[in-house]
Design a protein around this ligand. Structure first.
Ligand SMILES: Nc1ncnc2c1ncn2[C@@H]1O[C@H](COP(=O)(O)OP(=O)(O)O)[C@@H](O)[C@H]1O
Ligand SMILES: [Mg+2]
Length: 424
C-alpha cells in the first residue's frame, strides 16, 4: 500500500512511524512533512490540493491521511473523492463540527447530546442579557477557527461582556469572532477521547490527557500542548459507556441523517462533572500531542485502521491496542509560545540502554535538516519524547530518560507530564 500523509507536525510523524512498521505499507509520502519525516518516507512540496490529488492519482497512492484541520475545513477530502481517491478524513461539510462552534453546539442540541447551556449570537445586547443570567466564571467562544485561542473563560460578568464585545467588534479574532457562543462554565476534569469513524461504525481509542499549559503545575500560558499520556485512569468503563450511548452513537447517526456521514477522527473534548460526561467541543482530527502517544499503543496494523475507516469497512476490522501505557513529553524551543527562536542544532545521544531503546522513541515536529544531515530545532514544539511501559510511571520514566539524551540550545519541557495519573 502507498500512503500519503498531509501535514508537517509530530502528529503526522507519529502516523508515519506507525505505518512504517506496518508490513502492508511499501511507500510513504509527506506533504509537506518536516526535516525528519524524510527518514520515514519522501517529503513533497505541493501546496495546491488539486495538484496533490493529481500527484496521488499519478503515483497510485492507495490512501491519503489528513493530519490537521485546515485542509479538512477547506475541503481536501471532497476534492480527492471527486477524483476517485481514497482519503481518510471528514468532508468539508462534516468538518464544520470543528470549523464552527455554532454549528457544533446546534448539532449537539438537535441530537440531545450533553453539553454546556449556551446561546449563539451576533448581538452584544443578546450576549449581555444571557451573561446576566449566568454565574461567573462565564465562557465566551468565537465561532470560527482561531488556532486554539478563541475561547475566553471570563472570571466575572463584566469581563465576559468585554470578551464578547472584543470578539463581536472583530477586534479580537476578525471574521472568526463575528458570531459567538456564550456558555455556562462546567467545573470538572477534562479528557480527550478519540473515535476513528467510517461514517457508521467506529473504534474508540484509549482515552488520553494532554497538558496545555507551558509550565509545571499547569501554570503559564496556553500552548499547543506540552505533553500527553494514555490511557488515563481518569476514565472508567462507565464513562466509556455513557460516551458511547449519549455521544458517539447519536453523533454518527445524526451526521448520517443530516446527509453528512462522519468519516475520520472524532475528537471529543469532554468535561466530566460529577461522573457525567459533557461535550466541550469536537475536533475532526487527532490532537497533537495525543496522537503521538496513541499511535504507539496501536497493536493492529495502522494501514488497516485508516484504510478500513476511509472505505466504510471498519465493521470487518478487529482493531487491537497494546495493554500498555504511553507518555509523551514535548521539547519546545526557547521562545515558545511567545515567538520564534534561532535555529539550534539537535544532538541525540546514542542510547546504549537496551530496555530504553526498545521502549522509547522521538516524534519530530519543528525540525529541519541541512545538507550534511544535521538536524535543527526551527522553533515551536520541536519534538516529543515518547516512553512506553507497563505502568504510567514506567512509561513516564522512560520518556524523561529519553529527554535527557536530547540536546539543543534553549530547549524547554515540563517535568510533570502525567501528574494527574500518578496522583490518582
Ligand atoms: N463550558 C466550559 N466550561 C469550562 N471550561 C471550558 C468550557 N468550554 C471550554 N472550556 C475550556 O477552554 C478550553 C478551550 O475550549 P474549546 O471549546 O476546547 O476550544 P478550542 O480548543 O477551540 O480553543 C477547553 O479545553 C476547556 O479547558
Ligand atoms: Mg479544545
Amino acid at each position: 500500500m502507498k500512503v500519503l500523509i498531509v501535514g508537517s507536525g509530530g502528529r503526522e510523524y507519529s502516523i508515519g512511524l506507525a505505518l512504517k512498521r506496518d508490513e502492508a505499507v511499501e511507500k510513504i509520502w509527506f506533504s509537506p512533512g518536516n526535516g525528519a519525516t524524510d527518514q520515514l518516507g519522501e517529503n513533497l512540496s505541493i501546496t495546491d490540493y488539486r495538484d496533490l490529488a493529481d500527484f496521488a492519482q499519478r503515483e497510485g497512492v492507495d490512501l491519503t491521511i489528513v493530519g490537521p484541520e485546515a485542509p479538512l475545513v477547506d475541503g481536501i477530502v471532497d476534492l480527492f473523492k471527486e477524483k476517485g481517491l481514497t482519503i481518510f478524513g471528514p468532508s468539508a461539510q462534516a468538518a464544520q463540527l470543528e470549523g464552527s462552534k455554532i454549528f457544533m453546539k446546534n448539532f449537539l442540541a438537535r441530537h440531545g447530546i450533553p453539553t454546556a447551556r449556551y446561546i449563539e449570537t451576533g448581538s452584544l445586547q443578546e450576549a449581555t442579557q444571557f451573561i446576566e443570567t449566568l454565574e461567573a466564571p462565564i465562557v465566551v467562544k468565537a465561532d470560527g477557527l482561531c488556532a486554539g485561542k478563541g475561547v475566553i473563560i471570563a472570571p466575572t460578568r463584566e469581563e465576559a461582556v468585554q470578551a464578547a464585545q472584543g470578539m463581536l467588534s472583530g477586534e479580537s479574532f476578525g471574521e472568526a469572532g463575528s458570531k459567538i457562543v456564550v456558555e455556562e462554565f462546567l467545573d470538572g476534569y477534562e479528557l480527550s477521547v478519540f473515535a476513528v469513524c467510517d461514517g457508521k461504525d467506529y473504534v474508540v481509542l484509549p482515552a488520553a490527557q494532554d497538558h496545555k499549559r507551558l509550565l509545571n503545575n499547569d501554570k503559564g500560558p496556553n500552548t499547543g500542548g506540552m505533553g500527553a499520556y494514555a490511557p488515563t485512569p481518569l476514565v472508567n468503563e462507565e464513562i466509556y459507556r455513557k460516551l458511547d450511548e449519549r455521544v458517539i452513537r447519536p453523533t454518527l447517526k445524526g451526521m448520517e441523517a443530516e446527509g453528512m456521514p462522519f468519516t475520520g477522527v472524532l475528537f471529543m473534548g469532554v468535561m466530566v462533572v460529577k461522573g457525567e460526561p459533557y461535550i466541550l467541543e469536537y475536533n475532526v482530527r487527532f490532537g497533537d500531542p495525543e496522537c503521538e502517544v496513541l499511535m504507539p499503543l496501536l497493536k493492529s496494523p495502522a494501514s488497516e485502521l485508516f484504510y478500513k475507516a476511509a472505505t466504510g469497512r471498519l465493521a470487518e476490522a478487529k482493531i487491537e491496542f497494546h495493554d500498555r501505557y504511553a507518555v509523551g513529553v514535548v521539547m519546545a524551543s526557547k521562545n515558545y509560545p511567545y515567538g520564534s527562536s534561532e535555529p539550534a542544532e539537535i544532538i541525540v545521544d546514542e542510547i546504549h540502554h537496551e530496555e530504553l531503546a526498545a521502549n522509547s522513541h522521538i516524534s519530530y515536529a519543528g525540525v529541519s535538516r541541512d545538507e550534511e544531515g544535521r538536524l535543527y530545532a526551527t522553533g515551536g514544539r520541536v519534538l516529543i519524547c515518547v516512553g512506553l511501559g507497563e505502568s504510567i510511571r514506567e512509561a513516564r520514566d522512560r520518556a524523561y530518560m529519553l529527554v535527557g539524551q536530547v540536546h539543543f540550545v534553549g530547549k524547554q519541557c515540563r517535568t510533570d507530564i502525567a501528574w494527574q495519573a500518578l496522583e490518582a
